[in-house]
Design a protein around this ligand. Structure first.
Ligand code: DC
Length: 335
């Protein structure tokens, strides 16, 4: 069962306006959540004290929501709060994450929902970006865009086609025929290459290193950055990568840069790989981290670099939960 929240406002306290506002809000919630009447268990409404001409619950019944339990309550009169406002909480028998709906002047109540927010999270390999991004996305109810997965997908295509990553034209050829899409299922990113989910195959050490090489080509970056910007413009999301704050979304309001010593990062990667059953020695993982750091920092186009307005977080002695809490707190303070 999930709770779906929403609110709206009316300009005048008349039964017609209240009916229109309640009907509009409930229909929008149904549409946004792909909800059927049978899935609704109850609808609880509340209104500010300046609404007197019709119970919002009665308006809901008159709008066709007669099959479930309906309830109205009066909100306390709070100084300087939004006037002529109707709020709703629907309990529904659904599994997927709910989409809350704020309409009219009530949009200002939840800027985190009604406005698109983007969070740029950059840092070197193994600094904890992906774990932290997933936690932040979950806590804020936004999507996580793993931009590294896009570069990894190109690298995987090079491996599959036996293309030489040092041959610019060969990589260009791969890019021109690239069938790469980013989908979301239940809030999780699905990286699709040639119509198949490559979420697992792009995580091998070979692909990791190759991704670092192919991502240095400006023609590769231009195409990926365009796709990243399109997704960021459409959805509230946290994007992790190397150049999000400096190049992909330089105007982004929320920027963070994670660091940790190469040894700490290598240890994390090593433990991750061990858990997956890999026998790669720690020394090799450290060597690979150092190699990728060098590549990512020294490439000519959009190198790994902290944006001047990004908040620096050293994650060496912090858990992913602690880092996520710092980011969430910073974001919530500003919205
Ligand atoms: O974050 P990751 O390890 O999945 O990234 C794989 C490679 O892709 C990494 O070595 C650098 C590159 N990359 C990039 O250049 N820019 C990004 N925004 C994300 C990743």
């Amino acid at each position: 069962m999930k709770a779906i929240r929403g609110a709206t406002t009316v300009d005048n306290d008349t039964p017609e306006e209240i009916r229109r506002a309640v009907g509009g809000l409930l229909s929008e919630i149904m549409a946004k959540n792909n909800l059927s009447y049978g899935e609704i268990i109850c609808i609880m409404l509340s209104n500010t004290q300046d609404i007197k001409s019709l119970y919002p619950a009665k308006a809901a019944r008159e709008c066709g929501f007669a099959h479930c339990a309906l309830y109205s309550s009066l909100e306390p009169d709070i100084d300087n709060s939004l006037k002529l406002c109707i709020r709703v909480m629907i309990l529904a028998e659904i599994d997927k994450a709910p989409t809350h709906v704020y309409l009219g002047k009530a949009e200002c109540l939840r800027k985190d929902i009604t406005k698109i927010i983007n969070i740029a999270l950059d840092g070197p390999a193994g600094s904890g970006k992906s774990t932290v991004s997933k936690l932040v996305a979950e806590k804020l109810g936004i999507l996580y865009l793993d931009t590294g997965a896009m570069y990894r997908a190109i690298a995987l295509k090079c491996v599959r086609e036996n293309a030489d990553y040092c041959d610019k034209d060969a990589v260009k050829h791969i890019l021109n025929g690239l069938d790469l899409t980013i989908d979301y299922r239940d809030g999780k990113q699905i990286t699709m290459l040639d119509g198949a989910d490559v979420g697992e195959s792009i995580r091998t050490p070979q692909v990791s290193l190759l991704a670092s090489y192919v991502s240095a080509y400006s023609f590769v970056r231009n195409k990926m950055v365009e796709l990243q910007r399109q997704i960021a413009a459409k959805f509230s999301c946290i994007l992790d990568g190397r150049d999000i704050g400096t190049n992909v979304l330089p105007g982004c309001e929320f920027k963070f840069f994670l660091t940790a010593s190469p040894e700490v990062r290598a240890k994390r990667r090593y433990e991750e790989l061990c858990a997956k059953g890999s026998a790669q020695p720690y020394e090799d993982v450290l060597k690979e981290i150092n190699e990728r750091d060098f590549q990512d920092k020294n490439r000519a186009v959009a190198p790994l670099k902290q944006a001047s307005d990004a908040i620096l977080i050293d994650t060496s002695a912090l858990t992913a939960e602690q880092v996520a809490a710092v980011i969430v707190e910073n974001v919530q303070r500003k919205i």
